[in-house]
Design a protein. Structure first.
Length: 193
């Protein structure tokens, strides 16, 4: 894979997935792993880019509330100068985010469409396109993705993540995990009747 001196491989793979396979869940996974391995290093940038992918994932699945929340949060978190250092056109991306989040907040129709992130760095663009080709994905081609991409969260084993979140919650608020479990059980029993 072609790589640039500044841009981590995880970011290049994120861009390849975002524009090639359109597997936004995988985009989230790639950058989340990188973000956790490099705490503090451009944290707002990676977090904001993760939120864009998650927002697109929600929008494609019809979860307008989740999309609105993620896209607005990305808009608030991302900084023009960080996006510029990441090889993106910051003003253009922030305008895209603000428009989409604003339309969702206003209750306007916002049908899903694949986004093309405005990549300004030609070396980054070449590296991401090369990685997309290596994945066997055409760059920026529209089309219906496979069902397993649309509903990726249902198909992945996230038990490790769930356990880590539960342990973190239990450290912060002892007994809270059990109370949540009890509420879920009661809700399930009510809907099963």
């Amino acid at each position: 894979m072609q790589t640039t001196s500044f841009h981590p491989d995880a970011y290049i793979r994120y861009l390849a997935q975002f524009h090639g396979t359109r597997d936004y869940f995988e985009c989230h996974e790639l950058l989340e792993d990188y973000w956790k391995e490099h705490p503090g290093a451009d944290s707002g940038l990676w977090h904001g880019l993760i939120q864009i992918a998650v927002g697109q994932y929600h929008l494609r699945r019809g979860n307008r509330g989740g999309a609105r929340k993620m896209l607005r949060s990305a808009w608030e978190r991302l900084r023009r100068e960080d996006l510029g250092r990441a090889g993106l056109d910051g003003p253009a991306l922030l305008a895209l985010l603000d428009d989409a989040a604003g339309r969702l907040e206003a209750g306007e129709p916002l049908p899903y469409r694949s986004w093309t992130l405005p990549i300004e760095d030609p070396d980054l663009l070449a590296a991401a396109r090369e990685e997309s080709a290596r994945l066997g994905a055409a760059w920026c081609v529209e089309g219906e993705p496979a069902e397993e991409i649309v509903h990726r969260h249902r198909l992945r084993d996230r038990s490790g993540v769930v356990l880590a979140r539960r342990e973190s919650l239990e450290r912060k608020r002892p007994g809270e995990a059990e109370r949540i479990d009890a509420r879920r059980t009661a809700k399930t029993e009510r809907t099963d009747r």
